[in-house]
Design a protein around this ligand. Structure first.
Ligand code: HEM
Length: 298
């Protein structure tokens, strides 16, 4: 084995972190096993283990501890990091765009007469149309999983499109052409590119404009071009959950607080303030400088 002195400490830290997570997950699994299968709350992992224990008692297929561990790990990574990063971007965007924030605030306030009443999922969530649009627009611009890999199972021909832009900035001369892909190829789907394609979203694709996710009598937003949760049978099973969780957090936050850019950036031009939505590539698109300050509303 060749020693890699530079990577040494980093690799050790990564290995240590994996072991810590593994230990924590095994604790969750064994705690849940001791709960004799009676599910008292809605905790996802507890439910997963409980139903596995029930399968075990019935003598039907059960997951091994290793499989339970990898499933809990997927839920942790797929569920936690994606949602927390999206929320960081969304809150920072609300600070950068006070008019958008005002509309979110007014929408939330319009839900109940009593401003301190607890919001209710069934009744209020479907009414958060604009807030949902802000969440989707955040995900369009800051797609936490910007590229997805696939192995092609059969020879396929996809229809691609190229276009020109006119002097006044509109899409013109859209031309279709075939792209042949061979079985067994490894492909990368560029989700961010779809989200930034003017054919679907218009020439203002770079603008943060939540209204593009609201249908009107003359406009239906392009569902097929919004792939933040992927699409098809392997798309995100947590889409509804993370949308609900995010709307719940943001609406609770804006009711109590005004979200502002941090003090040190307040007098700076917008181009500098925008640094609060800077990001770096990590396992997912990761905010690198998301900072806001909160001012309590009266
Ligand atoms: C903003 C939040 C989220 C985003 C943007 C997101 C995005 C995605 C995407 C793009 C995929 C497809 C991956 C692929 O095709 O390779 C995926 C899969 C998955 N997501 Fe999410 N996700 C989010 C939240 C969640 C939450 C909260 C959970 C669970 C509680 C979750 C659980 C999963 C699981 C288990 C899969 C794998 C599904 C399968 O392979 O059949 N996700 N997610």
């Amino acid at each position: 084995m060749i020693p890699l002195p530079i990577l040494g400490p980093k690799l050790r830290r990564i290995r240590q972190s994996f072991n810590d997570i593994k230990e924590h997950m095994m604790e969750v699994v064994s705690d849940a096993r001791m709960d004799t299968g009676v599910v008292q709350d809605a905790a996802l992992l507890r439910n997963l283990v409980a139903s596995n224990v029930a399968d075990e008692k019935l003598g039907t297929n059960r997951l091994t501890d290793g499989e339970l561990l990898s499933n809990t790990f997927v839920f942790l990574v797929a569920g936690h990091e994606t949602t927390s990063h999206t929320l960081s971007f969304m809150v920072a965007l609300l600070a950068l765009y006070p008019l958008v924030q005002r509309r979110v605030y007014e929408e939330v306030q319009s839900l109940c007469d009593d401003p301190s009443a607890i919001l209710n999922y069934k009744e209020h969530m479907p009414k958060l149309v604009y807030t949902t649009a802000v969440f989707y627009e955040t995900l369009r611009l800051f797609t936490v999983a910007p590229r997805l890999g696939r192995v092609v199972l059969a020879d396929t021909t996809l229809v691609a499109r190229r276009f020109k832009t006119t002097l006044d900035g509109n899409v013109s001369e859209v031309e279709e052409y075939p792209v042949h892909i061979k079985q067994g190829s490894n492909i990368i789907m560029d989700i961010s590119a779809v989200h930034m394609n003017p054919i679907h979203w218009g020439m203002d694709v770079h603008k943060f404009r939540p209204e593009r996710f609201i249908d009107t009598p003359s406009y239906r937003w392009p569902r097929e071009a919004f792939l933040a949760f992927s699409t098809g049978p392997r798309s995100c099973i947590g889409q509804r959950f993370s949308t609900t969780e995010s709307l719940c957090l943001v609406s609770t936050l804006v009711r109590k607080y005004e979200i502002c850019v941090p003090l040190d950036l307040r007098s700076k031009p917008f181009s500098r303030q925008r640094s609060i939505v800077d990001w770096k590539t990590w396992l997912t698109m990761t905010p690198s400088n998301a900072r806001v300050s909160l001012r309590r509303r009266n």
